[in-house]
Design a protein around this ligand. Structure first.
Ligand SMILES: [Ca+2]
Ligand SMILES: [Ca+2]
Ligand SMILES: [Ca+2]
Length: 407
């Protein structure tokens, strides 16, 4: 996603640490002391992180270990030039197809916002084009999306770039016999709907800006059970200004200096979301790359929300994707034209690749906004919607999806 903020100054030294956990929901404050299951392991120092899934039980794994860069050069997966101006997120349909959302935040009049399908050779076709236009803005901008356990596709509609006044939505594409048949509005009234993930029948969605006058750098995560917003339910209208009980946790970005170059002077917040195999949730902030691990109580309420990465090599987190077989989380760094792996079992961070400003031809990264793994191919979408502070200097053809052949 491309939230216009010039926050990302790759040379910046760390700002004073915000008390991340203290900013989170009240539930986080009541976290019980360590998990009862592994007391001995929890007492070990961070660098002795246990391998395997047991390591996931640690809510606070300590300082992340940086591994040397892989320097794995990306290749061109497909050329979307002529299909859209801006692609954003990916979803897998479970049959080897990749869906890509096309919000077209630029050149909106030229391209229809839609969900396209890529086959495993990168061939593009339309999957769903009749997304409902917003009654006030007359536009629709599909961003993060994922299939729910009901088989329908849930999509963030980000209206924030057109109207900041709680106009964003969650859309639901009804799927019958594997085919999309209609689109409904599941939720309305969010600020900047960005990323979606499901755990069981609960949909979790990031909202990147709250725009609260007294908490300018705050963002957060919504949670909606399908019993409330699933097919057949009326559209849920949420309460404004983060007063709604469906907000389950919040984050505070690092304060940003006043801008004179057109960028936002508040931190762009919660963006990518992913669950590991143990059901812990991870979320990164776009504006400064702070990366958080959220654990849950047995009843689904938030138990803890702890910052686990705050590193100079990673100062912008866009879309993320977890391979639950390995608990490796793939992170797109929109600012630095780089993609990283966070290994949640071993608590390591490793850059796969970064490149200088490029138009994206031949598969070089051109503002990567998300990644997902299909076989051993790591598919990476390039957002290519520049604003101050990014390496990407201009919106240019080709519009591309890259991939890495992982070893
Ligand atoms: Ca995003
Ligand atoms: Ca380009
Ligand atoms: Ca570019």
């Amino acid at each position: 996603m491309a939230v216009a903020t010039a926050v990302v100054c790759s040379g910046c030294k760390e700002a004073p640490k915000p008390a991340a956990a203290a900013e989170t929901s009240a539930a986080a404050e009541t976290a019980k002391p360590a998990e009862t299951a592994k007391p001995a392991e929890a007492a070990k120092p961070a660098q002795a992180a246990a391998s395997g899934t047991n390591a996931l039980a640690k809510a606070d794994p300590g300082k992340v270990t940086l591994l040397p860069p892989l320097n794995l050069k990306p290749k061109l997966f497909c050329d979307l030039t002529g299909e859209c101006a801006i692609p954003d997120e990916l979803a897998l349909d479970g049959k080897g197809h990749i869906l890509v959302s096309m919000p077209n935040c630029l050149e909106y009049e030229k391209f229809t916002p839609k969900i396209a399908m890529l086959d495993d050779a990168g061939k593009v076709s339309d999957w769903f084009v009749n997304l409902p236009l917003h009654p006030k803005t007359g536009k629709v901008h599909p961003m993060g999306m994922e299939f729910g356990p009901d088989g329908n596709l849930y999509i963030c509609d980000n209206q924030y770039f057109d109207d900041k006044d709680h106009q964003s939505r969650i859309l639901r594409v009804i799927v019958k016999d594997g085919k999309p048949v209609s689109c409904e509005i599941a939720v309305e009234g969010t600020k900047l709907s960005n990323g979606i993930r499901f755990k069981g029948d609960k949909l979790y969605m990031t909202d990147t800006f709250f725009d609260l006058p007294d908490k300018r750098d705050q963002s957060g995560i919504w949670c909606f059970p399908l019993t409330e917003i699933g097919a057949g339910k009326p559209t849920l209208k949420v309460l404004p200004l983060a007063k709604d009980p469906h907000i389950i946790t919040t984050f505070t970005g690092k304060p940003q200096p006043a801008k004179t170059d057109g960028g936002f002077d508040q931190a762009a917040g919660a963006d990518g979301l992913a669950f590991d195999s143990a059901g812990n949730l991870y979320c990164g902030l776009f504006g400064d790359g702070q990366f958080f691990k959220i654990t849950f109580n047995a009843d689904g309420t938030v138990k803890s929300n702890i910052k686990i990465i705050d590193d100079a090599s990673f100062q912008c987190c866009d879309g993320i994707w977890c391979d639950q077989k390995t608990d490796k989380i793939y992170l797109a760094n929109s600012a630095r034209n780089s993609v990283h792996i966070y290994d949640a079992r071993n608590h390591t961070l490793q850059m796969i690749w970064e490149n200088a400003d490029s138009d994206g031809k031949d598969g070089l990264l051109d503002q990567p906004c998300t990644a997902c793994l299909l076989g051993n191919k790591l598919i990476v979408v390039n957002f290519d919607m520049p604003f101050p502070g990014l390496i990407n200097s201009k919106h240019d053809d080709p519009i591309t999806v890259s991939y890495f052949e992982l070893p």
